[in-house]
Structure formats: structure tokens, C-alpha cells
Design a protein around this ligand. Structure first.
Ligand code: MTE
Ligand code: LUZ
Ligand code: MOS
Length: 753
């Protein structure tokens, strides 16, 4: 099964927002943003920009006709700062001019005076000062207080994980076009067109139906455009409203890196208790999430951290508390895994530390504690069709952990300048938005009179292949080739009240809505065929290979023939399908329920080689057994697994985001921020599909694939920790990701803190 999009991408035929010819008279916007991380605005002088030739408007908070508010979950974020600034990069004014260059030049002429206030960048410091985004949240089960006395072995520690730049190839972009009657069409590189529609309406003081938002296709989103495409789109709409002209905004790479939030860095304190047999009896953990200066999606991300704090394991007594800490950094946001990786990383660190102290292999402890069928997660959901052990056992027998261990030890015994390490990582990821309300999707299907088909859903194509999967769903129901199906751009006038394409559930939910819409049209066609041919009502009609089948036998009637005759008989060939994920619920007061439709499982084994002179490293092999369910497109799914894996490895190894004490991002260029490239890719990546007979999952029983494999990257981190330990005489390594080559080097030779 090909993904048509990749062919078009390679040929340069796919159209992204910036390729879309700007309509005549289009103006261009540039953002003037705060140069200080925290302070009171004493004065703002825009006169220099206003006088700059070619400038059409310079907009500040005073020019906003509606509410100056873009916060989604919590109303705590202004579109344009008015009295106070809280991070470097916070938009203060918006310059609209005849070209991008003019707008940018003019923005530089704006003068701002700021009375500086204390800058906080560390989440624990923020927490100590009571600077929290919301009340702390606790997920718990069993009775950890009581359980500690039964634990023969108790370990404690602190774990840090860093941020991550999304680095989508296409930077944040939007184009707002005036339509008659004061309405505005916004084309945006967003994962969430409805959020833009609603926010633009609020900020401009108009109703939702005045705004049409379209997402064509994105050059990557990775969560960075789930919430944070909104500000730029609404600024463009504001510029459009004021000038009456189309307004386009495209952030430069450096602006994008400076102005937008990233993955949340976390600092976490844990305490873990084991029985003498190596079973985890109790786990207590406090997560200090570095939210940045506004809530954005942080509360939902913290929920997913708490829900994933026990990873793939069963732990009977748990108390996990999350603090969303308000700091003076750009508001951090969704990023593949959505807080899940940060939660799972801490427990893996705890298990690795326990293994070190107990002098056993980490994978022995991991294996003993894998969650089984019917066991309960701290949020009250029991596993169904649990595949944790199935993936683990398959990986263990296919990739033979013991012989990997023997080979690594043998290599290390004979090598001084290079050391190897390996680690195993089981994953378990819950599929559905943790906020139950968001688990709904719709699809609008038109069968045209010539038999070709148009499908519109709320799903946004961002490279993950959702359009191809949706075409496959429609093609399967109608029994025709995917070539006959067109997946339309995502548009709020065709699909309303949509959720973001996120939580890996885009194909599940929009695919199911498409299935429902297509089934309805197919039902009408079947009824029509029976009555037109005066067949017995019980005749089983199916559509296969472009023909109508009766009771399993091919007829002479082609798909095109039945469609055209149905049209002539005035049968409705369009349908709207709606899907709400069934059987999910969650009580946010108790933090208990059944939030997830199902879970995705898998196990990875990663081997690394460390250069002990340079601290550099490479990954020799990645072996994975992954639970894809019944994949509807193995080519796409495999590439999603590979992409997520590499992004996970990047997060924990090369990618280091540094803010200085003044809250200034110092890694704001691609020379300072290193991402994995083809040369860094592991020499061997093998991904096995778990044989899956009993599944109850997404569309046609496929499983969501976008995010879960990200967490295999955690194995890369611990493979490096083990290689470092082989190099430094088994000294303890502090768990502070990413393990950049510098840190690996310092862990070999540096003073132990
Ligand atoms: N793959 C590509 N190529 N580009 C992306 O931006 N985003 C990821 C994942 N895979 C992304 C991607 C994220 S964060 C999510 S949530 C899912 O795709 C969203 O799409 P889906 O729900 O259709 O899987
Ligand atoms: N977005 C969201 C997500 O709003 N809720 C979620 O649970 C989620 N999970 C993963 C990625 N995005
Ligand atoms: Mo993905 S973080 O759910 O956009």
C-alpha cells in the first residue's frame, strides 16, 4: 500500500501554505516580541514602525475588538501583551506591511521599556514560590503508606528530562483572506482548525460562523501545531480585519524556535519499593512540569504523565502527584507522546537504579513487573487484550536478550576506547484524548455521479498518512480502488466542531466516521439495487473490485453503473458520518475511569557503542516487536514507528534546549540545536509486527501508531548509561537527559556530584 503523498512530496507537487499563491493585494505580517522574560511594560513606542514606508498597520492590544485572550484550557494567555510580559518572545505588537522584509524591518523600530521583574526558569523554584498553573493533581491506587513497611528494598532518586524543539520542516504559517460580509477565511498550518475558528471569533468579537479555517497539509506538526498555530492565525485575521486585505504570516526558522513552546522539561522525585522477589510494591513520584508562562495544553499533558507513570508495569500501590509550574519561558506545549514519555522515563530510571543496587539486570526486574490481562492502572482502567508480555516474550525470543548481554560484556572486556551498552524498553500507551469530550469526529462523503468519491474529515494530514488511511477505508467499503477516492483539505465549513488531529487517534476516529458515512451510502445503493432488479430482500449485496456482487457472486453491474443509475433515480449519494469513541469515561475529580479506548504495546532492544575518548556514540541496532493491531497500511505504520523512534532517540540524546538565567533561548539556530540526521540513524532497525488475533481497537482493528513508538527512545538513553558505566568503572550516573556527547564524556571522567 503506497502513500500517495510521499510520491507528490518527492516530486515537489504537494502544496503547502507558503506555496499557495497569495491573493492579489496580500499584506505580510511580522511580530514584535518581548526582549525580556519578565517585567512591567513602562512604555511602548510604535511610531518608528508606523512611519516606516510600506507599513499599513501596527497593531497592539488596544486594537483588539473582542477579547484579548487565546488560552484554551485556562484563560491565561493574551494574544498581545498589554501591561506585563512573561517570556522572551511574547508577542507585543503586529506589523502589517507590503512585504515580509518591510514588516520585519519596521518591527525593529518599535521601542519598549520594561521594568524588570524576577525571572524564574526552574520548575521547582517556581513551585516553591507557589507559582503554579493550577492546583496539584494526584493519581493514586492501593495504599503506598502502608506498603512501604512491606518493601524489603526502597530506593529514591531525582530524574530530569529536557525539552525538545518540534522542528517541523514547515514553520508556523497562516493566511487570512477577507470574504464578503466581514467574514474571514483563514488558511493555517494547524492541527486544530476549529480552535483557530473559535479563537479568532472570540478575539475579533464575532460569531464562529464568520470564520472558515482550512488546513491544506502540514510540513509536520508533532504536537507543535495542536495549540500553537492559533496565535499566528488570529494575528493574521486581526490584520485582515483592520486593513481589509489578505494578511499572511510565516515565521522564520529562528522566530519559530524563539517564539513557540516546546516539549515540557520535567524534574521528578521518586521513591520505589520492591519485594525481595523483585516485584514493585509501591511507587511514589512527584512531577515538576516546566509549563512556561501560560497553561497552553499543560494540564492535559500533566494528566497523560500521571496516567503513564507506571508505564508497562503493574504496581499495586501508587501515589503520583503533578505540579504544573509557571516559569518565564515560552509556554510549553504538546509534543509526540504528550507527557507520557516524561512519566515513563522516571520509572525506567528507578528500575535501572534498583537493578544497579540489587546487582541484577534491569531487564530481569522489568520482566517480573509487566502488566497482565485484567490488572488495573492507577487511573482505574483494567487491561483488555493486554499485549505487554506477548511483545516482551516475542522480543526476548527473537532478539535473545541473554546473548546480547554476553556479546556486549565480551566486547567491553576486550575494548578500552569503545564501550557498548544495551537496554530493553517495554511501552504501553493509552489511546484516546484523556479529556473524553474530545473523542469525536465527523466525515462528509460525496459520491459523484461518475463514481469518484470525495471525503472530508476533521483529520489534518501532517505527514502521518492519515489521508491515505481514510482513502483506504472508503475504498474498502465501496469496493473500489483508492485512486477513485480524494481526501479533501480539512475545512471547518465541511466538518464542524472538530478536535485537533492529535493523541494518535486521527485515523481511528476520522477513519471510523468515514466508515460510518460510506456504509450509509452503501446501504442506500444496496436497497436501490434490490428494488431496481426486483431481487429477494434477503439478497446479500456487496461491492468488490469495482463491481456489485449478489450473494457472493459477481454481477455485470459495475460501481459506475450502479452509481449513475442511483443518481438518475434521485438517491442521495452524500452522507455525513459521526463517530464518538464508545465506552470511555473519566471522572476528573477522582482521577478514575476508563479514559482510553485501548492500549498500544511493544518492546525495543537498543545497543549503543560509546567512543570513550570523545564521548560521541552511535547506535548499532534497534530491534522492536510492536503491536500494530491489524494494520491497514503496514508501509505507513512502519515508517511512523521509525520516525517516532528516531524522534524519541533525539529527545534523549542529541537534542538539548538551553535557556540562560535571563530566560533567553541560546539554542535558537540549527548550529546550536542538534537533531538526529541520516548519519546518526542506527545501522540496523528491525521492526517486527506482533501477530495479532484478538484485538479490539481502532478502525478495522488497526491500532494508533503516531506516538507510542516515541518511547522506545528511552532504551537508547539507558543503553548509553550502561556504556558509560562500563567506561567509568560502574560509577553511578545521574539521570539527567539528554545524554549529549558532552554529558557522556563528563560522566566518564568528570567529578561525581
Ligand atoms: N508523522 C509525521 N510525518 N509528521 C507529524 O507531524 N505527528 C505525530 C504523529 N506522526 C506527526 C507524525 C503526532 S504528535 C501525532 S499525535 C500523530 O502523528 C497524529 O496523527 P494521527 O492521529 O493521524 O496518527
Ligand atoms: N492532546 C490532548 C493530546 O488534548 N489530549 C490528549 O490526551 C493528547 N494525547 C496525546 C497527544 N495529544
Ligand atoms: Mo500529537 S502530540 O498528539 O499532536
Amino acid at each position: 500500500m503506497l502513500n500517495y503523498d510521499s510520491i507528490r512530496h518527492v516530486r515537489g507537487e504537494s502544496i503547502f501554505l507558503d506555496d499557495y499563491g497569495a491573493p492579489q493585494g496580500t499584506l505580510f505580517g511580522a511580530v514584535f516580541y518581548s526582549p525580556s522574560a519578565h517585567g512591567k511594560i513602562k512604555s511602548l513606542d510604535i511610531s518608528g514602525a508606523v512611519k516606516h514606508p510600506g507599513v499599513r498597520a501596527v497593531l497592539t492590544a488596544n486594537d483588539i475588538p473582542g477579547e484579548n485572550q487565546i488560552g484554551g484550557i485556562i484563560q491565561d494567555e493574551k494574544l498581545l501583551a498589554d501591561t506585563e510580559v512573561e517570556f522572551i518572545g511574547e508577542p507585543v505588537a503586529f506589523v502589517v506591511a507590503e512585504s515580509f522584509l518591510t514588516a520585519r524591518k519596521a518591527a525593529k523600530k518599535i521601542k519598549i521599556e520594561i521594568e524588570k521583574l524576577e525571572v524564574i526558569t526552574n520548575p521547582k523554584t517556581a513551585c516553591e514560590k507557589g507559582r503554579l498553573i493550577m492546583d496539584p493533581r494526584t493519581y493514586s491506587c492501593g495504599n503506598p503508606e502502608e506498603a512501604w513497611s512491606k518493601c524489603g528494598l526502597v530506593f529514591e532518586g531525582t530524574v530530569e528530562s529536557g525539552g525538545q524543539e518540534h522542528l517541523y520542516l514547515e514553520t508556523q504559517s497562516s493566511l487570512a483572506i477577507p470574504i464578503e460580509g466581514g467574514s474571514i477565511k483563514i488558511i493555517s498550518s494547524t492541527q486544530n482548525p476549529t480552535a483557530i475558528q473559535r479563537t479568532a471569533a472570540k478575539v475579533l468579537g464575532m460569531t464562529d460562523n464568520h470564520f472558515e479555517c482550512e488546513a491544506m497539509r502540514l510540513g509536520g506538526g508533532f504536537g507543535g501545531k495542536e495549540d500553537q498555530a492559533t496565535a499566528w492565525a488570529v494575528l493574521a485575521a486581526l490584520g485582515c480585519k483592520v486593513t481589509g486585505k489578505p494578511v499572511k504570516v510565516v515565521l522564520s526558522r529562528q522566530e519559530d524556535m524563539r517564539l513557540t513552546g516546546k516539549r515540557h522539561p520535567y524534574i521528578s522525585d521518586y521513591k520505589i519499593g520492591f519485594s525481595k522477589e523483585g516485584k514493585i510494591l509501591a511507587y511514589e513520584v512527584s512531577f515538576y512540569q516546566n509549563a512556561g508562562a501560560a497553561a497552553d495544553l499543560s494540564p492535559a499533558i500533566l494528566d497523560r504523565t500521571l496516567a503513564h507513570c507506571t508505564g508497562s508495569y503493574f504496581i499495586p500501590n501508587v501515589k503520583a502527584t503533578g505540579y504544573s509550574c509557571k516559569t518565564n519561558l515560552p509556554p510549553n506545549t504538546a509534543f509526540r507522546g504528550f507527557g507520557g514519555p516524561q512519566g515513563m522515563f522516571v520509572l525506567e530510571a528507578a528500575i535501572h537504579k534498583a537493578a544497579e543496587k540489587l546487582n541484577v539486570l534491569p531487564y530481569e526486574l522489568q520482566e517480573k513487573n509487566l502488566i497482565r490481562e485484567g490488572e488495573e492502572f492507577p487511573y482505574g482502567q483494567k487491561t483488555e487484550f493486554c499485549k505487554a508480555e506477548a511483545c516482551w516474550n516475542e522480543a526476548k525470543s527473537k532478539f535473545n536478550f541473554e546473548s546480547v548481554k554476553i556479546e556486549v560484556d565480551k566486547f567491553n572486556a576486550n575494548s578500552k576506547l569503545f564501550k557498548k551498552g544495551f537496554a530493553v524498553m517495554p511501552i504501553c500507551f493509552g489511546i484516546s484524548f484523556t479529556n473524553t469530550m474530545l473523542n469525536q469526529a465527523s466525515s462528509l462523503v460525496h459520491v459523484y455521479a461518475d463514481g469518484s468519491v470525495s471525503v472530508s474529515t476533521g483529520a489534518v494530514e501532517m505527514g502521518q498518512g492519515v489521508n491515505m488511511k481514510i482513502r483506504q477505508v472508503a475504498a474498502a467499503i465501496f469496493g473500489i480502488s483508492t485512486d477513485r477516492i480524494r481526501s479533501e483539505f480539512t475545512n471547518t465549513t465541511r466538518n464542524a466542531n472538530t478536535s485537533a488531529t492529535a493523541a494518535s487517534s486521527g485515523a481511528d476516529m476520522n477513519g471510523n466516521a468515514t466508515r460510518i458515512a460510506c456504509e450509509e451510502i452503501a446501504e442506500r445503493l444496496k436497497k436501490f439495487y434490490i428494488s431496481a432488479n426486483k431481487l429477494d430482500e434477503r439478497t446479500v449485496i456487496t461491492f468488490e473490485n469495482g463491481f456489485v456482487y449478489t450473494n457472493g457472486k459477481k454481477t455485470d453491474t459495475s460501481w459506475e453503473q450502479i452509481v449513475i443509475s442511483a443518481y438518475k433515480s434521485r438517491i442521495d449519494l452524500s452522507s455525513h458520518g459521526f463517530y464518538a469513541t464508545p465506552k470511555i469515561h473519566f471522572d476528573p475529580a477522582a482521577n478514575k475511569g476508563r479514559p482510553f479506548a485501548y492500549h498500544v504495546y511493544g518492546t525495543a532492544v537498543i545497543t549503543a557503542t560509546l567512543d570513550c575518548i570523545r564521548g560521541t556514540y552511535e547506535f548499532d541496532s534497534v530491534n522492536i516487536v510492536h503491536d500494530f493491531g491489524k494494520s491497514i497500511n503496514p508501509v505507513i505504520d512502519r515508517s511512523q514507528a521509525e520516525g517516532a523512534l528516531m524522534q524519541g532517540i533525539g529527545w534523549l540524546t542529541l537534542e538539548e534546549i538551553i535557556f540562560n538565567e535571563q530566560g533567553r533561548l541560546t539554542t535558537d539556530t540549527l548550529s546550536a540545536y542538534k537533531v538526529p540526521d541520516i548519519g546518526f540513524t542506527p545501522k540496523k532497525i528491525e521492526i517486527e509486527f506482533l501477530e495479532n488475533k484478538d484485538v479490539n481497537a481502532g478502525v478495522f482493528n488497526s491500532k494508533a501508531i503516531g506516538e507510542p513508538p516515541f518511547m522506545y527512545g528511552i532504551a537508547a538513553y539507558f543503553a548509553l548509561v550502561n556504556a558509560v558505566k562500563a567506561a567509568n568503572g560502574n560509577r553511578e550516573v545521574s539521570i539527567n537527559a539528554p545524554m549529549t556527547p558532552e554529558k557522556a564524556f563528563m560522566n566518564i571522567y568528570g567529578e561525581k556530584k
